[in-house]
Design a protein around this ligand. Sequence first.
Ligand code: SF4
Length: 74
Amino acid sequence: GDFSCNDVSGLNDADKATRESLKYVDKTPDPAKPCDGCALYTQPTGGAQCGGCTVVKGPIHPKGYCTAWAPKPA
Ligand code: SF4
């Protein structure tokens, strides 16, 4: 979708640093590895467009990506 999940204003410095070091982006460079296909993704709640992640704090785009991407258990 055409929306962004980049508002990190609610994050502390450590969480911002993690987000940066894992190179989170809203648009995955590999269509086979989107956040919503990652074991660490958490679905949006309450009608929100952005979900979450257990390691990258802050809003997470379902079609985003970071270097901690991990396959869901089969
Ligand atoms: Fe997305 Fe990375 Fe979190 Fe996986 S670990 S859901 S790829 S931000």
